[in-house]
Ligand binder design. Sequence first.
Ligand code: SF4
Length: 224
Amino acid sequence: MRKKERYEKILAWFREHMPIAETELHYDNPFQLLIAVILSAQCTDKRVNMVTPALFKTFPTPEALAVATPEAVFEYIHSVSYPNNKAKHLVGMARMLLQDFDGQVPEQMEDLLRLPGVGRKTANVIQSVAFNKAAMAVDTHVFRVSHRLGLVSAQCTTPLSVEKELVKNIPETEIPIAHHWLILHGRYICQARTPQCDKCELKFLCKYYSQKYKVKEGTNKESE
Ligand code: SF4
């Protein structure tokens, strides 16, 4: 199947079957989202959502978080992965927001990347979810599902190359929601170890499925 056709058919399926797809992190404003996304590195959204209500209540603003010690923040986040580092990052992030960005979460990639605890993936999530920009964050789910479906070639071996390929082929207005489509599909159907191909309605458009089960793409027939 040609790449253009593959994108069109897969995006059409998501459009129809997942018209609403959003982050599962709980937040009320860009500052809270930034905290939640920093905490979610190597950790589940479910776990992050368990610790953020008390954290947000105690540190509701960059001002409140900037004067906290990492030890005080640690008490609230000790059950997430890498709590020591993340506590330091959160306090450092709040201090930089105050010093360099008037206490506001910046929108530009180069500004976001200066914040402690913020890498390209986190910056893309903030741009996409908080500011609805055409940014594609490539996490482990997006990376895996894009490869399996054949949206990106085997030569795309880094998150950045997958990001570029997806951004090139997905209509700009759909990039923010496509990020969630791929994450949610990866989290609930196309799981890393045991993808649920029998349940997956994208199987006849899926490169991995056609290769594994010798099914011709675009049909539900076995290859000759
Ligand atoms: S058919 Fe299987 S491998 Fe392909 S997207 Fe669906 S679950 Fe993933």
